[in-house]
Design a protein around this ligand. Sequence first.
Ligand code: G3P
Ligand code: CA
Length: 250
Amino acid sequence: TDSTGELRKVDNVAHRGASGYAPENTIAAFDKAVEMKADYIEIDVQRSKDGELVIIHDTTVDRTTDGTGKVNDLTFEELENLDAGSWKGEQFSGEKIPTFEEVLNRYHGKVGILIELKAPELYPGIEESVAQELKEKHLEKPQNEKIIIQSFNFESMKKMNDLLPKTPIGVLTSSRAHTTKQALQDFSAYADYFNPNYGIVTKELVNQVHSLDMKIGSWTVRSQESADFLLEMGVDAIITDYPDYVDPRN
Ligand code: G3P
Ligand code: CA
């Protein structure tokens, strides 16, 4: 319950999809998240050598595909021929690296999408490309399709806020240095969400973020214990590999 005694529901955000159960950042993991009734899927956006926006977490393809090399150095044709599922289990062989457009088309209106710009400093102009794609699909307005954009790169998020003033923006951090009164106030000038690693979450932090009219989403839940901790802290969103660890009654 919040200060007015109202029952407040926590948003259940499937981290890279339901990545505890299916290969992260693939259609299999996003479909699984929808099936598990997550409120949002979280996706990591990067860019191929020839300019296609693609969904993958690491800046190389080595860990999650059968290929090698930097995302930045591979063409979309090279990326789309990789197997992004087998590393998680043979039943997932043939899963592909999805495009940003494919994910927007398949899921908008069906589940919220928490869009992370991963290492945007490697992809000059990626903010403009993401903004354009969202505008074309009329997904840049507040709340309408539950679209949020976040990054560890704060300059990129300031830019994103200038490009899409109506789209909610989040800042990501693991650093306590970013939880001072001044730092939080600076974030609140352009961000709607302060999204910290759960290791730095306290009730005091949750209250401070709320008093600046921001929401707080925390990550990455991979145990029941950490889910219970964040529920107890009163965060607004829990970003989890296991959507079932976040009690749907909360
Ligand atoms: O959404 C928060 C979380 O995704 C940030 O960390 O490394 O999983 O992208 P990472
Ligand atoms: Ca992420």
